[in-house]
Design a protein around this ligand. Structure first.
Ligand code: NAD
Length: 524
């Protein structure tokens, strides 16, 4: 592992003037602020206003007013905003990456990759939205005399609650289909990472999104969450399973829909015929990409007995050679954890595992010499289910290696978890890997990849099963979930019920034989 002392200059684009302009968008009538810090140094970057319940109510009132006009704007014009936004987002990708890096501490490569997500989502729904939102004429109950048309109406104002690990992607990408469908959005990013989503809103407005349609409120989750959920017509939440349960309960009580994208304890299964070199390369990204703070990243690896030692030695050697440090260039392979709190959580998981008998094969310690929230890439062996990191998501650069004897055993071990977000299967035989994948209880399975192939496939819904979530983003449902269906039915001539003077028995006979004929003619 290359360990270099801290020598940093903040990216030039993140001027104090820009940061102040961004946070000025956040309502905070009480004057209370939160010190948003540069992760690598712990120095305060800007004072982030904290929104009171009254501020949140006001943000919803503004959004609701703006939404009426926005929904009445022809779809073609609404979509034109996102065509322009696509270009503007790409032109400003470097500034976005600068903001993501200062507020999250991730390395440059991950920050740049994150900037690509909203444009990819825009591209996908620019192709698909017009078809999804067009009225669909369905047959009515009586052929020729009735019609029924499925009409998609925007929900109204969508509340989005986003986490800190991909603040720009989760804050902006999930808003794109909601806005295209004619909704307004009120976003609550995490306090730690509000800058990049605020910049995303600014870019959308530069592209022509009317002011007021996209509001941002800030504050601690328990302070902002209740008012936000009580005012919203739909909630899109990304975060931990524990918080997701609370959001889901409140949304249920309010009889509004919600989509919950939650945590994982994702397994990687290496089959005996896998290309080990490729699998080890994948494992490095799976365990340590984004400093182990990707919801779909790998925390459990299942390796065949036959190649366990070979894989382990190569994996440990590569992990030890990783360049871990704070830098705003493309040098480091891994950056910091997001905060000292998160570092303490990761440390407590490793200490608990070691105290209960796990072995540290590499890493295992915080690195305060590199920055306040750095933790070494850590590989453990001998992790069991009585350990914290054996059952709950660690969300840091910590992975456990396990041996398996049969594929049956590997599948059973991979499924032995409450979570079901992502899994990764490696094999030289895609057919065999697909057969294993089909038996995994997981919303996403990547074959010969860790996560990017599934997540970047914007045409396919992506979500978790079991305790990893409800609903999905991407795919048709990633946009349709932000709409209500109106069933607009037209009766051209009344034929239901007996005609005046008609005998009831005759009417019933006629109706029943009519149903038989319709069934034979395949008429609904
Ligand atoms: P978290 O649940 O603590 O916080 C997520 C967001 O919810 C933050 O904005 C937070 O302020 C807010 N929040 C917290 N308590 C709240 C409450 N009572 N009411 C309303 N809002 C509240 O999660 P986190 O630690 O910020 O994020 C990491 C978690 O997110 C991990 O579990 C990770 O797996 C998960 N995640 C999932 C996905 C996915 O797509 N499935 C993507 C990214 C992250």
């Amino acid at each position: 592992m290359t360990l270099t002392p801290l020598e940093l200059t903040r990216p030039a684009s993140t001027t104090d003037a820009l940061l102040r302009r961004l946070v000025a968008r956040v309502p905070g009538s009480s004057g209370a602020t939160w010190k948003l810090a540069e992760v690598y140094t712990g120095e305060t970057l800007v004072e982030l206003p904290q929104s009171t319940p009254a501020d949140i109510e006001q943000a919803f009132a503004i959004a609701r007013e703006a939404q009426r006009k926005w929904a009445a704007t022809p779809l073609k014009q609404r979509l034109a905003v996102f065509k322009r936004a696509h270009a503007i987002f790409l032109d400003n990708a470097r500034t976005v990456a600068d903001l993501i890096q200062v507020e999250s501490g991730k390395n440059r490569r991950m920050a740049i990759e994150e900037t690509c997500d909203p444009p990819m989502v825009m591209s996908h729904y620019l192709k698909r939205a017009a078809k999804l939102l067009a009225p669909v004429r369905r047959g009515g109950p009586v052929p020729l005399l009735t019609t029924s048309t499925e009409i998609r109406q925007p929900k109204g104002v969508v509340g989005i609650i986003a986490p800190w690990n991909f603040p720009f992607a989760t804050g902006i990408s999930d808003a794109v289909p909601a806005l295209m469908a004619g909704n307004a959005v009120v976003l609550k990013p995490d306090n730690k990472t509000a800058l990049s989503p605020l910049y995303g809103v600014q870019l959308l407005e530069e592209a022509g999104l009317p002011e007021g349609v996209f509001q941002v409120v800030c504050g601690e989750g328990p302070d902002v969450g209740p008012t936000l959920i009580d005012r919203a017509d739909y909630v899109m939440f990304t975060g931990s399973t524990a918080t997701g349960r609370m959001i889901g309960e409140r949304a249920g009580r309010n009889l509004i829909g919600c989509c919950l994208e939650l945590g994982g304890k994702n397994p990687m299964i290496v089959l005996s015929d896998a290309d080990l070199e490729a699998a080890v390369r994948g494992a490095i990204f799976g365990a340590f990409g984004n400093t182990g703070q990707i919801c779909m990243h790998i925390e459990r690896m299942y390796l065949p007995e036959s190649s366990y030692d070979e894989f382990k030695n190569a994996f440990v050697a590569k992990a030890e050679a990783l360049d871990v440090r704070a830098a705003y260039d493309f040098g480091p392979d891994m950056g910091s954890l997001v905060s000292v709190d998160q570092m303490r959580r990761v440390k407590s998981h490793v200490e608990d595992a070691v105290a209960k008998g796990a072995t540290v094969l590499c890493g295992g310690k915080p690195r305060p010499d590199l920055g306040p929230a750095f933790f070494e890439p850590t590989i453990l062996e001998g992790v069991t289910k009585d350990m914290l990191c054996g059952v709950t998501e660690t969300f840091g650069p910590v992975v456990a290696l396990h041996k398996y004897r049969t594929v049956e055993e590997a599948v059973a071990l991979a499924n032995d978890t409450d979570y079901g977000l992502n899994a990764s299967v490696w094999s030289g035989d895609v057919h065999a890997a697909r057969a294993v994948a089909a038996r995994l209880e997981s919303g996403n399975v990547n074959i010969n990849d860790i996560l990017a192939t599934a997540y970047a496939a914007k045409g396919t819904p992506s979500g978790g099963v079991k305790s990893s979530g409800v609903g999905a983003r991407h795919g048709d449902q990633g946009l349709l979930k932000y709409t209500d269906v109106q069933n607009m039915a037209v009766l051209k001539r009344q034929v239901m019920g007996p005609r005046p003077g008609q005998d009831h028995e005759k009417y019933v006979k006629g109706m029943l034989s009519g149903l038989k004929i319709m069934r034979k003619l395949h008429i609904r």
